[in-house]
Design a protein around this ligand. Sequence first.
Ligand code: ADP
Length: 488
Amino acid sequence: MGMKIMMVASEAVPYAKTGGLADVSSALSRALSEHGHDVSIFMPLYSFIPSGQFKEEAIVLDIPLGFETFRIRIFRSNLGDSRVRMLFLDHPLFSGRSGLYGDSGSHTYRDNHIRFALLCRGALEAARKLDMVPDIFHLHDWQSALLPAYLREYAGTGALAGAKTLFTIHNIGYQGIFSKQDLHALALEWDAFSRNKVAYDDSINFLKSAILHSDHITTVSPTYAVEIMSSRFGEGVESLLAERSGAVTGILNGVDYEEWNSKKDPFLPAPFESRNLNGKAEAKQKLQKLAELDADPGIPLIGMVGRLADQKGFGELLDEEKGALRRILDSGPVQIVILGTGASWIESRLLDLAAAYPALRLFLTFSDEMAHLIEGGSDFFLMPSRYEPCGLNQIYSLRYGSIPIVRATGGLADTVIPYREGSSTATGFSFAESDPDQIVECTREALDLWRNRPDVIAGIRKRGMEAHFSWDDSALRYEELYLRLTSR
Ligand code: ADP
């Protein structure tokens, strides 16, 4: 029998997106709905969401928080052509602002704690008043992390009885940390954030609240689920997570193979698949031309796409002394194309390097078209992340026959089977540590094989192209968890 699931999230494609969370909330909801469940997504009605066609629910909810009462309205729609119900919380705290979390740039709104507390309480009240009490509230990242603490207040009232909470961590680097002084504005006591009513911490941490009070916690790959319980990856909440290790599960994200399908990708010059790679050769040629590189099929081409951030390994790639990028470029005929936007120190180091090495080409912009062409036209795809909760680009690159070279961490470790001499299962190359020497060594090994053992490379590429990471499979794993939580 189908379950009632209410996702509470700050982002969902196509309405609002700053990161992978937006893809997950929509794609997972669609897959669950196709499996016969009744799925809603509860999210803010941001000013930039065109709401002309939405239907307003005939209720007005007054939500008290601290000394104020916030009057919210709810708008309803469907997610595209699916049966997923969209519920939008309308309040000037969202509709009166230009951004999601802040105005352009890195400024964040000072009242984000109140805005997202309102999202959590609004979801609970809307579920109750609209008679949509779900079996599961599925929450995503710190913006919806207070919901389990608020849900406790309904215990004993009969309202929302039986609703369970599942909290998904998409990136533990973002926790929702606010000043202690803000506690009263959230209408919560300290035990929402720590094990008793005593304030151990100097600040309020939304993520901690969800770790303490959710019925279950997931993150977006099995390896990341283990890593975040260690001090190296846990960003300060590792011991809290470790205490709940029995309630922590890693479930890999799927990818949208409608968008990432080399057999019908409008951004590629010709379609291709694992059995016929002529189109891939055309993509490489087009990419070399666009990047103003030698259009020589005999030179291996390495692609990179992503945010220019420390997380993605640019410290190791660009280190003044030991930087891996320069050493790879020095090690023989090779071309490198990088697409990305982000930290200005990374941009400027990259620009310096590109000025010295014509075989390095940069596209410092956001471009879907270039992302697809780089995935299609590269021989290898480099992703030396320091940490990677799941990662999508390496999965796209597998499908597009650009053999991934990755640091074995998080989702990278779970999606790329590394080459070892004589192995017949490999889909890519990986190295253990965030270390320039290891990046260089691993990349050189891959390039050597490409030059000297095309048969081995062809096998790795073929297996990668035939690997499958679908939302359907991920949805099944979430369903199993929901069933366990509701003891069905
Ligand atoms: P993260 O979520 O940490 O940024 P992922 O690999 O999980 O990394 O997902 C990044 C997504 O954003 C991918 O879909 C990738 O193609 C896209 N992306 C990142 N930077 C760019 C860019 N400059 N141009 C086009 N797409 C980009």
